[in-house]
Design a protein around this ligand. Sequence first.
Ligand code: TTP
Ligand code: MG
Length: 371
Amino acid sequence: MSNLFMRHTEAGSREAVSSRIIMHVDLDAFFAAVEEREHPEYRGRPVVVGADPKEGRGRGVVSTCNYEARRFGIRSAMPISRAWRLCKDAIFLPVNHELYQKVSSSIIMILRSYADKLEQVGIDEAFLDVSKRAKDFTGAGELAKAIKRKIAEKERLTCSVGIGPNKLVAKIASDYHKPDGLTIVEEKDVKAFLAPLPVEKLWGVGRKTKVRLNAMGICTIGDLASYHNAKLRDEFGAFGVEFHRMAHGIDNSEVVEEWTPKSFSREHTFEEDTGDQNLIYTTADRLFEEVERDVERNGFTFQTLTVKIRYEDFETHTRSRTLQSPAAKPNALKEVLHELVSPFLESGRKVRLVGVSASSLSMKAGQKTLI
Ligand code: TTP
Ligand code: MG
């Protein structure tokens, strides 16, 4: 297959564009799989990585769990107490970030050796542009099998791979068959592949957008693709137009070599809901110091500071401030932090969780390191 094909542009003219072959690789049950690898005696048993369940009294959340635990209905981000009730016999483990980070770096290095261009998008996933490496989609499938073999051999882990003509399709394809999947969607099959999938599989369609789309009678990506473009624009503005393009499987975004994390954040769930303002401020200070250290260590500066508060009834709010210059002094930043926290405490409501995040990151001058 030639890597050149003719595309009809929106203006109706024809232009030659080079077709791309993009791969998305996502590790299966990443944190839990690493733990299983380190402790072969856990194999075959449900494993949950996250906060301490404290026999059902634990107040944090599940980071992830293996597929055995998923059979009990346990999922990422679920309260750990609920996970415990769903499967008391599961093996509950704390998050060992340092270890997962090490494994992640080694996997990214393996992936890099198979790609023309690689974009890491999270701790356990990456996009690979393999247009030059693979002659066609069949060749890309062989490449994916070689990658899977290499990861199994070197890191004793499995991953799921999606291959498509762009990042959007590749990402949806890698999620299509998990764990240990390989899904190849050629350009000619894109619309048929996407059509039956629920709309929330598309980028940017979160829970609220899904509800609005469903209310308009749009449940599948196929429904969205055949919906009036103009009506979508009326309802969602520029996003509506983008949704329509995505529903047709169009995505021209490049695989960008240098991935920059969007933010660094930390949060803390109190042992007991608290109205103790002193405790809330000192916890926010500690989280802020940890976040600042992460930002610094990874060679970034940040400009936006966000505080998250969850009240005892789970109502959650955030408040942000964008600073004029990124290099403010730590003490001045703490003042900003306290100004962000204080309005949340005025009502006297008890607080369950406090979180701090730093975003609008830029690379420090002269630095070229990535996580
Ligand atoms: P994911 O790739 O979303 O999940 P996963 O690898 O555990 O499982 P899957 O087989 O479905 O891909 O996330 C990668 C890691 O990021 C995950 O192992 C743990 C962490 N994580 C959290 O800490 N909290 C979360 O809410 C999610 C979704 C992930
Ligand atoms: Mg994963």
